[in-house]
Design a protein around this ligand. Structure first.
Ligand code: HEC
Ligand code: HEC
Length: 327
C-alpha cells in the first residue's frame, strides 16, 4: 500500500515537473509589462491614426480587406481582426516550410472590446506586444505580427498608436487563440526579446535619418529586400534591391528595386516617386487576380514630407542591380 502511494506521488510529481518544464520550454523571453499611462489627447489619437493606417499598416492587417479595389483598402469594422488561417489556407506571406498554415492563426481583434479585443489590456501590455512579441500572458505572438520590425519604433510613436487603438469603436468579434503545430510553435517562441531601453525617433528635420526610420518601420525594407527565408535576415549587400516573388492568387509580382540603380529608382525624380503613390492610391475597381500586395491605398496618404524623406534616403543607397528570384 505504502509503495503504491509512493509510486502515485512519484507519478504526480513527474507530471507536475513535466508540465512546468513544458511551459518553461514554450514561454518566450519577456519582461514584466512596463507601467505606463498613455494620455488620450486629440493630438496623440490623430498622429496614431496616421501611423496605424498609413505608415505601420496595423489597420490593413487587423481588418478584412476589399480586394475588388486596387490596393485592397480595409473595410469596416476597422481593427476587428480577420478570418483565421488554418490547414486549408495557403500560408501566404510566411515561410513555414509547407504550403498550408500548420495550425490555426487569427489576426486578432485590436478594438477596445473588453472580452474579445484589447479593452482589458494595460498600455504597458500593448507596448510590450507591439514591440516585444508577447501577449498579456507572456506567450509569444506569431511573427506574421511584425513585432520584430516594430522593435525599432520610438516610444512616442507606439504611445500614439495605443491612443488611436483606444479611440476605435469597440467591436465584439471573437478571433480565437492560435494553435500552431510543433516544431514551429517552439521555433517562434524563441524569437521575442525585450527592448533594452527607451527608443527615440530621429528628428523629422534630419531627413535622411528620418527617411531610414520610416523605411524600416513602414516595412519598405522588409518587403523590398531579398532575405534568407528561414531566419528572415536580409542578405548583406542586397538590401532594398527587390526582385523576390510575391503571390496573390494566380498573380506573381516583384517588389521594385528601391536603390538608385537603373533597375530601380535610378531614373525617377522625387516628383515621379510621389506621383506614383498618389496615382496608385486611388481605389479604382480591379479584378481581384490583378490586385497587388503593395499597400498603395494606405501609403498613398503618407505626407509629402514623409514620402520625400523616403525618396531622399533611397537615393543615398548604393546602386544594386535586381536579381529576379526564379519561381
Ligand atoms: C502583417 C500583418 C500584421 C500587421 C502589419 C500588424 N499585425 Fe498585429 N497581429 C498580427 C497577427 C497575425 C497577430 C496574432 C498573433 C498571434 O496570435 O500569435 C497579431 C496580434 C496583435 C496583438 C495581440 C493581440 C492579442 O489578442 O493577442 C496586438 C496588440 C497587435 N497585433 C497590434 C498591432 C498593432 C498596433 C500594429 C501596428 C503597429 C499591428 N498589430 C500590425 C498581424 C499583424
Ligand atoms: C507587404 C510588402 C510591401 C511593403 C510593406 C512595401 N512594398 Fe512596395 N511593393 C511590394 C510589391 C509586392 C510590389 C510590386 C507590386 C505590383 O507589381 O503590383 C511593390 C512595388 C513598389 C513600387 C513600384 C511601383 C511601380 O510603379 O510598379 C514602389 C515605388 C514601392 N513598392 C515602394 C515602397 C515603399 C516606399 C514602401 C514603404 C513605404 C513599400 N514599397 C512597402 C511590396 C511591398
Amino acid at each position: 500500500m505504502k509503495q503504491a502511494l509512493l509510486a502515485i506521488a512519484g507519478l504526480v510529481l513527474a507530471a507536475v515537473l513535466a508540465g512546468v518544464g513544458y511551459l518553461e520550454f514554450f514561454l518566450p523571453r519577456s519582461r514584466p509589462a512596463p507601467e505606463i499611462q498613455v494620455e488620450l489627447t486629440p493630438e496623440r489619437i490623430e498622429r496614431g491614426r496616421y501611423l496605424a493606417e498609413n505608415v505601420l499598416q496595423c489597420v490593413d492587417c487587423h481588418s478584412e480587406r476589399d480586394w475588388t479595389l486596387y490596393g485592397g483598402p480595409p473595410i469596416e469594422p476597422i481593427g476587428a481582426g480577420r478570418k483565421c488561417m488554418d490547414k486549408t489556407t495557403p500560408a501566404a506571406g510566411v515561410n513555414v516550410g509547407q504550403e498550408y498554415f500548420p495550425g490555426v492563426l487569427c489576426i486578432r481583434n485590436v478594438t477596445p472590446h473588453p472580452e474579445t479585443g484589447i479593452g482589458e489590456w494595460t498600455d504597458g501590455e500593448l507596448l510590450r506586444a507591439i514591440r516585444e512579441g508577447v501577449d498579456r500572458d507572456g506567450r509569444y505572438l506569431f511573427p506574421i505580427m511584425p513585432y520584430f520590425i516594430y522593435r525599432d519604433l520610438a516610444d512616442e510613436d507606439v504611445y500614439d498608436v495605443i491612443a488611436y487603438m483606444r479611440s476605435l469603436d469597440p467591436v465584439e468579434s471573437v478571433r480565437p487563440r492560435k494553435e500552431v503545430d510543433f516544431p514551429l510553435d517552439y521555433v517562434f517562441s524563441l524569437w521575442p526579446k525585450p527592448v533594452p531601453g527607451r527608443i527615440v525617433a530621429p528628428e523629422a528635420s534630419d531627413r535622411l535619418a528620418y527617411g531610414e526610420y520610416l523605411a524600416v518601420v513602414a516595412r519598405c525594407k522588409f518587403c523590398h529586400s531579398p532575405r534568407d527565408p528561414n531566419s528572415l535576415e536580409d542578405i548583406p549587400g542586397r538590401q532594398y534591391s527587390g526582385g523576390m516573388a510575391f503571390f496573390l492568387g494566380p498573380r506573381v509580382m516583384y517588389p521594385m528595386n528601391l536603390t538608385p540603380h537603373r533597375d530601380g529608382l535610378g531614373a525617377w525624380t522625387k516628383a515621379d516617386f510621389l506621383n506614383r503613390f498618389r496615382l496608385y492610391g486611388q481605389a479604382r475597381p480591379v479584378a481581384p487576380e490583378e490586385n497587388t500586395l503593395m499597400n498603395w491605398n494606405a501609403f498613398s496618404k503618407m505626407s509629402d514630407e514623409d514620402l520625400g524623406a523616403l525618396y531622399d534616403f533611397f537615393m543615398t543607397l548604393d546602386p544594386v542591380p535586381t536579381i529576379r528570384e526564379p519561381i
